[in-house]
Ligand binder design. Structure first.
Ligand code: COA
Length: 197
């Protein structure tokens, strides 16, 4: 299978993500385009979306999976990111290294398990390597069992566990993956990427 991936410029990408997140019942708080633009405006980032055909109308392509990754720096001014960098201290080394954060992503239910998220992740790794990033970090919760299983398949390693005071399922798990130059040789998906301004 060949995956069709669209790489978006910031503003149209933020609108597309806002739209696709409306299909995700499991996210309690969906991101708005304004929130996405605010966070990404002054930093290096990548907005990717996979498209696939509808089962009952193979000619029609629809967005089925998405992923946003962005740079995080040791001197963050956005409070949420400053907090994140603080929590990563001791688990991820920032000094002189470019660190990428895998912020949001998902695949629409009917298209899960078909490799779309792997394809987006592999494409983001190719981009990250070219941009000089050395490590990619992601945060999840114990109760996101699908995501934890997928991150294991994609060879992310747990670097920190932050227990929740009363509910273990709510505990946070931080994972990371080093991006050595030869990583792209281990990629498995075949991808076509188009750029959308
Ligand atoms: C997690 C999620 C993004 C995976 O997307 P997807 O497109 O179905 O993933 P892929 O098909 O690319 O699968 C990637 C790998 O994980 C494996 N995998 C996928 N879903 C899995 C599951 N539920 N359990 C175990 N393994 C799974 C696949 O077999 C594949 O491995 P392989 O390539 O080595 O064969 C999707 O299930 C999702 O959107 N879940 C809800 C969102 C969510 O939980 N968010 C958490 C917020 S942190």
């Amino acid at each position: 299978m060949e995956y069709l991936i669209k790489q978006y410029a910031l503003e149209p990408g933020a609108l597309e993500i806002q739209y696709i997140e409306e299909h995700f019942g499991e996210f309690p708080r969906r991101k708005t385009a304004a929130e996405i633009i605010d966070r990404l405006r002054d930093r290096e980032s990548l907005i990717l979306m996979a498209e696939a055909s509808l089962q009952d109308d193979p000619g029609a392509l629809v967005p089925v999976s998405y992923k946003i990754v962005h740079e995080i720096r040791v001197d963050e001014s956005i409070p949420k990111l400053r907090d994140l960098v603080g929590r990563l201290s001791g688990a991820v080394r920032f000094d002189g290294r470019r660190i990428l954060y895998s912020w949001i992503g998902g695949t629409r239910r009917d298209w899960r398990g078909q490799g779309h998220f792997r394809a987006l992740t592999e494409e983001s790794e190719v981009w990250a390597l070219a941009a000089g990033f050395e490590e990619v970090v992601v945060k999840t919760k114990n109760r996101y069992y699908d995501m934890r299983a997928v991150l294991a398949q994609l060879h992310f390693n747990v670097v920190k566990h932050e227990p929740h005071a009363t509910d273990t399922a709510e505990s946070k798990v931080y994972l990371s993956k080093l991006l050595p130059a030869e990583l792209a040789r281990r990629h498995r998906s075949v991808r076509t990427v188009v750029y959308s301004e």
